[in-house]
Design a protein around this ligand. Structure first.
Ligand SMILES: N[C@@H](CCC[C@H](N)C(=O)O)C(=O)O
Length: 277
């Protein structure tokens, strides 16, 4: 199986080119590929499939996949534990960089299909990748706890679920070696939990514990959720700088949609040994 390895602010992915959708990517195979000791190691998988080769059922409530028709390529995103997520903000940027780097798309702007709908990306032959992340949906207050301490924040849907909690000490002080606990009635599909601290004018530092992947060094959807929470549960307008463990991302809120910009880097490519998976 051919693979490429890449990351966006150190949120890292194994990219699996599968244009015709012939790969039977089981949850077990995802777990093995993402294993950092016995596998390649990653926070998640990006399977690269032609949209027309995907069987997505009724993804948009219209009885078909019409909502994704405008995009040639579909990002089939999986978390490291094998679960499926609706969207991945860093993933879609790395996916776009892969398409351009491998000659499957030209630099410029176009849509990528995801389970969270079409995402419009903008990129040159090298450098940063921007994506229109769509309209964040603030859902009101929520809470999670970490080692018995309760953190209150804002629930935000970015297609996938987030709880963005302000903290008042440097985020480096948090112990994220264990998963935050939350009320499953409040988050029936699980939740990605962000901890953010304002460090300047529209400037945050943030750490994240991701659903299905554990603590990661960055989360694109999470940075947008944190900016929305820091903007007092509004969608802007304003440009936010968000420092994560793996680097810096820029989030732009315009009162409607949101944009995420930052690096997306491909670092290696190879082939798994026959029979390993
Ligand atoms: N790291 C991603 C989010 C990946 C999905 C998430 N773990 C979930 O289950 O919702 C990002 O950059 O947005």
């Amino acid at each position: 199986m051919r693979f490429v390895k890449g990351h966006g602010t150190e949120n890292d992915f194994v990219i699996l080119p599968d244009p015709d959708g012939v790969l039977d990517l089981t949850a077990d195979a995802v777990v093995r590929l993402c294993d950092r000791r016995a596998g390649i190691g990653a926070d998640g998988i990006l399977r690269v499939v032609r949209t027309k080769a995907m069987d997505l059922g009724d993804i948009d409530g219209s009885g078909g996949t019409e909502a994704l028709d405008g995009a040639e390529w579909f990002m089939d995103y999986r978390n490291a534990d094998g679960s499926i997520a609706e969207m991945c903000g860093n993933g879609v940027r790395v996916f776009a960089r892969y398409l351009v780097d491998s000659g499957l798309a030209a630099p410029g702007e176009w849509d990528i299909a995801t389970r969270g709908g079409l995402k419009h990306v903008t990129l040159g032959p090298s450098g940063d990748v921007s994506v229109d992340m769509g309209t964040p949906v603030p859902l009101g207050p929520g809470e999670a706890s970490l080692a018995g301490a309760v953190f209150r924040g804002e629930r935000v849907s970015m297609g996938n679920p987030h709880l963005a909690c302000p903290v008042y000490l440097p985020v480096a002080a948090l112990d994220l070696s264990r998963a935050p606990e939350f009320d499953p009635q409040a988050f029936p599909d699980g939740v990605n939990v962000e901890f953010y601290r304002p460090v300047g004018e529209r400037h945050l530092e943030m750490r994240v514990y991701e659903r299905g992947s554990g603590e990661t060094r960055s989360c694109g959807t999470g940075t947008v959720a944190a900016a929305v929470a820091a903007a007092a549960g509004t969608t802007g307008p304003g440009e936010w700088t968000v420092d994560v463990l793996g680097g810096r991302l820029t989030v732009t809120l315009d009162g409607g949609t949101s944009h995420l910009r930052g690096p997306a880097v491909l670092v290696a490519e190879g082939e798994t040994r026959p029979g390993w998976i």
